[in-house]
Design a protein around this ligand. Structure first.
Ligand code: 3PG
Length: 219
């Protein structure tokens, strides 16, 4: 078995400096490829496909096969079976809303970096004790946003966060200005009505704005 890739910087190595991660919940697999292409055209590379829908694994595989520029991972991974399915479907990283020791083990078995979620100091201590110091803060806005990250960073100066949950373009910029934040995640650049309408130009424009492009009429 290869050595587990849950090292401290594993997730950052795979994300390769990308700092905005769309959280995609794909119900209709026919939208997967045009959606991924629109985001990539807008300058986004890392895509998190949540395992909340029956179409998730197929969507991941379709994008992996057709959009090679995308760095794909699986989100909302709640058990080891989903982690293995994600790995088989082409995921290059695994994200959970909380910390699952069994999900961490399955990710390590698949040599995929794991980004666990935390919301409290106790959960951060638990993650640190297992060697994880790159953590998803979820739900970021609801647990206090920028002020929560500043407060949690005092006792945990080596932790770096990916705040996710309730993030929009404006707050993403505030988060990304913090030295304790290595990336932000969210769905603000993928409005469900734009996906339903197949309005890929709008999603491309939102992606461009999310990655530092000019604010547009859509942003
Ligand atoms: C989620 O798990 O739903 C993500 O955190 C995205 O949250 P958002 O839809 O509030 O951006």
């Amino acid at each position: 078995m290869p050595p587990p890739d849950h090292s401290i910087s594993g997730i950052e190595r795979v994300w390769n400096g990308e700092r905005v991660v769309p959280v995609l919940t794909i119900a209709d697999r026919s939208t997967a490829i045009p959606l991924a292409r629109a985001l990539v055209r807008g300058g986004i590379r890392v895509l998190e496909i949540t395992f909340r829908t029956a179409a998730a694994a197929d969507a991941l595989r379709m994008i992996a096969d057709s959009v090679p520029e995308a760095i794909l991972g699986a989100g909302t991974v709640l058990d080891p079976r989903q982690a293995m399915r994600a790995a088989e479907s082409g995921a290059r990283f695994i994200v959970s809303p909380g910390f699952g020791a069994d999900v961490a083990g399955a990710s390590a078995d698949a040599s995929l970096p794991y980004l666990p979620g935390v919301a409290t100091a106790t959960e951060i201590m638990g993650a640190l004790s297992l060697g994880f110091d790159r953590l998803k803060l979820f739900p970021a806005a609801q647990v206090g946003g920028v002020a929560a990250i500043r407060a949690l960073s005092a006792p945990f100066p080596d932790v770096r966060f990916c705040p996710t949950g309730g993030v929009d373009r404006r707050s993403s910029l505030e988060y990304l200005a913090l030295p304790q934040v290595f990336a932000v995640g969210g769905s603000w650049m993928v409005p469900p009505d734009a996906v339903a309408a197949g309005d890929w130009q709008r999603i491309e424009a939102l992606a461009r704005a999310a990655t530092g492009g000019p604010e547009t009429a859509f942003a």
